[in-house]
Design a protein around this ligand. Structure first.
Ligand SMILES: Cc1ncc(COP(=O)(O)O)c(C=O)c1O
Length: 368
């Protein structure tokens, strides 16, 4: 199949631009002989904690593990209920199940963020955490979620996998809840060249628990205080992330500018865009539009050499793995409706303004 002229992601182009600077950095790590829990990991944790304004950052081997260790740090366990949204990536719910708890879904608002009113309907004595997902790099109606969490005394775990650099009322995602969990998967805005992730928190307890958990529960080489696991970010990935961290704000700013072109150019009578809000700054991990005839537009764009994607076509509550939870089609009308209408347009920082303009023109052309 012919490559897209305007690819949805372009990781090889990112590497090509950084190769000269990056290879000596990787070589230095390889030459040091220190590959696990060394100075690159420490530096990255410091960089991220400072960037977010959190007291602590613990780097881990994936965003999935960040969620798992975040739940562990909050003391979530067997039989507890955790409320999250059904339109997320599967990991948001799978970690809840893996820790022995029960994923409870709440439907979403028009902008795909969790609906605070739906959260409140699901709260009962077993509810032990609320997990809003900052899907697309946009924080939902967080103050309302926080009010509910406070009034029921329930902690919030942010699934911030997609939202490094996003803000809500001048507070960065990562500092909004009790613990926040990020992914540095290659497709994320701050991306490693393999799996990676981290959590941020102001809680010393969660910080200590997570550092132990990622290293077998070992307090020192010979003393294990609980059954942990292995979830360490390696030094090579940490070095790559430290290098890319320096460019993060510039990268997000380019994505915002790319998104700005879509806001200016797309025919908003035909295409629903996430409402722009004066009190938040989205990081545009993805740029998701909602439209009639999603398949028609996607295949039209494909023929023009424009790559798109869908995040995510099958809601979690109707996935085969969730069958035992006894949800059915019709339980979350907004999520289900949107799952047939959402389409992710290319917004990556490697794309020029002309390329984004061309995508906009083609989308408008399809509807005209
Ligand atoms: C919303 C969300 N949560 C969790 C994850 C899991 O992160 P990772 O792939 O690093 O395990 C992802 C990654 O795609 C995600 O998008």
């Amino acid at each position: 199949m012919k490559n897209n002229i305007i690819p949805y992601v372009n990781l090889s182009s990112q590497y090509k631009n950084e190769r000269k600077e990056l290879l000596p950095i990787i070589d230095e790590v390889l030459s040091s002989g220190n590959y696990i829990l060394g100075e690159q990991v420490e530096k990255l944790e410091k960089n991220i904690a400072e960037y977010i304004g959190a007291k602590y950052c613990v780097t881990l081997n994936s965003g999935t593990d960040a969620l798992l260790l975040g739940l562990h740090g909050l003391g979530i366990g067997k039989g507890d209920e955790v409320i999250t949204q059904p339109n997320s990536f599967i990991a948001s719910a799978s970690v809840i199940a893996h820790i022995g708890a029960i994923p409870i879904f709440a439907d979403v608002l028009e902008d795909q963020s969790i609906d605070p009113k739906e959260i409140e309907k699901k709260i009962n004595k077993k509810t032990k955490a609320i997990m809003p997902v900052h899907l697309t790099g946009r924080v939902g109606e967080f103050d309302k979620i926080k009010d509910i969490a406070n009034s029921y005394n329930i902690p919030i775990i942010e699934d911030a996998a997609q939202s490094i650099g996003s803000t809500f009322k001048n507070v960065k995602s990562g500092l909004l809840g009790d613990v926040a969990c990020f992914s540095t998967h290659p497709l994320k805005n701050l991306n490693a060249m393999g799996d990676g992730g981290f959590l941020t928190t102001n809680s010393e307890e969660i910080h200590i628990q997570s550092k132990l958990y990622r290293n077998h529960g070992l307090e020192n080489r010979d003393k294990c205080v609980f059954w942990g696991s292995v979830s360490r970010l390696d030094e090579i990935q940490a070095a790559i992330l430290n290098f890319r961290f320096k460019k993060l704000d510039k990268l997000i700013s380019k994505r915002r500018k790319n998104a700005g072109i879509y806001y200016d150019m797309l025919d908003q009578n035909k295409v629903l865009l996430p409402k722009q809000r004066s009190y938040s700054e989205d990081s545009f991990h993805t740029f998701v539009i909602q439209i009639d005839d999603r398949e028609g537009l996607a295949s039209f764009l494909k023929k023009q050499g424009i790559g798109t994607s869908i995040h995510y076509p099958t809601p979690i509550h109707i996935q085969p793995c969730a069958k035992y939870l006894n949800y059915k089609l019709g339980d979350f009308p907004k999520t289900e409706y949107q799952s047939k209408r959402i389409l992710t347009l290319p917004v990556n920082q490697e794309l020029s303004f002309d390329e984004i303009k061309m995508v906009s023109t083609k989308v408008n052309e399809y509807f005209s």
